[in-house]
Design a protein around this ligand. Sequence first.
Ligand code: FMN
Length: 325
Amino acid sequence: MSKVCKLLGIKHPIIQGGMARVSEAGLAAAVSNGGGLGVIGAGAMSADHLREEIRKARSLTDKPFGVNLIANSHSSHLSKRVDVVLTEKPAAVTLGAIDRVDIISSFKEAGIRVLTVVSTVAMAKRCVQYGADAIIAEGTEAGGHIGTTTTMVLIPLLYDALYPVDVDVEYAPLIAAGGIATGHQMAAALMLGAEGVQIGTRFVCATECNVHPAVKEKFIKARDRATVVTGKVPIRSIKNRLTDNYAEISAGIADGKIDPGELESFESGKLELAMQDGNVREGYLMAGQCVALIHKEQRAAEIIKEIIDRCKGQIGYIDSRVNNH
Ligand SMILES: Cc1cc2nc3c(=O)[nH]c(=O)nc-3n(C[C@H](O)[C@H](O)[C@H](O)COP(=O)(O)O)c2cc1C
């Protein structure tokens, strides 16, 4: 049995990326019912809202699901969200933008699996040291806040840095994230040393995802050069008027013509503006490069089945490419 499936009690090693303002109970439950691990994105939720969403997910599925927290020292109200997770006890937490490695142990003591999202070797090693059950390695192709190394390079780097030579030693498996939307990409990630994948962008176009329909339309129409990276803490999103204005403001700051404080107020509330209000010109349309590979809205279970079927098929195909049978 797949190590990731065993760890989380799921059928397929596909984790739905936690996405603030995007992945609510309905999507998380649908992914879990489809055999993956659905994840409620709690990044922007109040403690009460998070509790409600966890209880709602529980009413929609009897399968394991998780909660994503932004586990960062700048994250406001983190301790209140942590308390909710510790009392409601979902099967797992995924910790994004992590620097608060100290909170890993409290979840483990409560019997909650801990998966940490990292984009560097140093942070991956720290998370393992602090007891993370699995490492989600996120490449720069991903949507949302990103690091600088590609998934193609990050996975083998972490594989070499983290994996024991002795196979009997317990280790935290690697889960690849960033740029994965299809089964052949999942097969590639497994070839590189990952034991599962985390997918965000493609699940935004799941039928059960509650974002505004204009967002799904933008995702489905996006082509290969659709995304850009903006921000001091880099964010990948679909190019629109917001990202153009962002570039202008940044240039103004560099010239000393605009106060740096303006950038913070300019960014505030912009994810909600896109994802919930449907303002696809002036809101943050966070999306990964693989948005270009999405062609239609589908139910979450259908997305998972399509990815797993193609992943399995692709593994046989690789054999035929390297051997002259
Ligand atoms: C719209 C959007 C919002 C996201 N919000 C979060 C978040 O709140 N917390 C987090 O850890 N990661 C967040 N991510 C990253 C995803 O969880 C996931 O790691 C990433 O989407 C994987 O790469 P992909 O977009 O290429 O599938 C977000 C991604 C997207 C597209």
